[in-house]
Design a protein around this ligand. Structure first.
Ligand SMILES: [Zn+2]
Ligand SMILES: [Zn+2]
Length: 327
């Protein structure tokens, strides 16, 4: 449950542009942002926050602080198909009678909504194949969160948010740029005259990497490529999916790139000796920080790095139970 002290909050960033800070139930990630941009006597809502028992009240509270009402949403745009960015889309669309736009590669989420058990079973299978021992696997399986999927209901995008799709607001047009890596469905939205970038989880103020593993051939390679896409835009102000706005966009792009390369060299080094399972690689990269809470997160990232090094011909996977990796 969301703690009582954490309430949805809204603040004006620029005339016609508002940050809605919404609480999350996740340790270490206390809130996410949605952004409201004035449009046709209402607003376009970029991202939605996660669906929780009291989450709609937090969103309405945040909007109220900006003198906005939920029913005046003219369009919902989701930067990517993670619950904290699209979880409330179904409810908002129904309340406001507007459309939702999203990138078509949202299977990684749709599958969770339609069949959470199958997705969870697949995670366990990947973990087992990656060398996670039986005991922690059992603990992970039994401690499975009772939070639900965080998604209010099925999302049926009226329009595919692909490269070059344009949407209109009172602050001018925003152009969609596909930026897969963090999630296969990730897009950033850029307002060229004001050089504003709604960056979702592609660029965050506090650099934090994550890659959905298992839905595309090389998420880390895609992420690096997407950093280049955003770099060429020359954004002046970044409106991220979590945390405050920031202006030094280029420094953040460089910081992300540097961290990916640092992780890749730790992984490369780890598999330079004896062949290791992905699970055995994790402490070489992240120390002893592996816990039941972050195991899925760290393993996904490590598998992402290994797969990228495999794609560029630097490591090789040795099939088996568990699967091992060698330089
Ligand atoms: Zn995300
Ligand atoms: Zn997020």
């Amino acid at each position: 449950m969301i703690s009582r002290r954490e309430l949805g909050r809204g603040e004006r960033v620029l005339p016609g542009l508002f940050r809605l800070r919404l609480p999350l139930p996740w340790p270490g990630v206390p809130h996410c942002n949605a952004w409201a941009v004035a449009s046709r006597e209402g607003f376009v809502l970029f991202d939605t926050g996660m669906h929780q028992p009291d989450s709609l009240a937090h969103l309405e509270r945040a909007l109220g602080m900006c003198n906005l009402r939920l029913q005046d949403a003219r369009l919902v745009v989701c930067t990517h198909a993670h619950s904290d960015h699209c979880g409330q889309a179904a409810t908002i669309v129904e309340r406001a009678g507007c459309e939702v736009w999203m990138h078509p590669s949202h299977e990684h989420l749709t599958r969770i909504v339609e069949d959470p058990d199958a997705v969870f079973a697949r995670r366990i299978e990947i973990a087992r194949q990656s060398g996670v021992p039986e005991e922690p696997l059992r603990r992970y399986a039994s401690g499975r969160s009772s939070q639900g999927s965080g998604i209010a209901g099925p999302i049926e995008p009226a329009r595919d948010l692909l490269d070059g799709v344009v949407l209109d607001t009172d602050l001018g047009e925003w152009v969609a740029y596909e930026t897969p890596g963090h999630a296969p469905s990730h897009v950033c939205l850029f307002q060229p005259e004001r050089r504003l970038l709604i960056s979702g989880d592609h660029l965050l103020g506090r650099i934090s990497l994550y890659f959905d593993y298992g839905y595309s051939p090389d998420p880390v390679g895609e992420f690096l490529n997407s950093l280049g896409v955003v770099e060429r835009l020359g954004a002046r102000l970044c409106l991220p999916g979590h945390g405050r706005t920031f202006a030094d966009v280029h420094a953040h792009i460089h910081g992300n790139r540097a961290l990916v390369h640092e992780r890749l060299s730790s992984v490369r080094e780890a598999v330079g000796g004896e062949p290791l399972s992905a699970f055995e690689v994790v402490p070489h990269v992240y120390g002893d920080s592996l816990s039941a809470q972050n195991a899925h997160w760290l393993l996904s990232k490590t598998l992402g790095y290994l797969t990228h090094l495999e794609a560029i011909g630097e490591v090789r996977r040795i099939p088996g139970e568990p699967e091992r990796w060698t330089a």
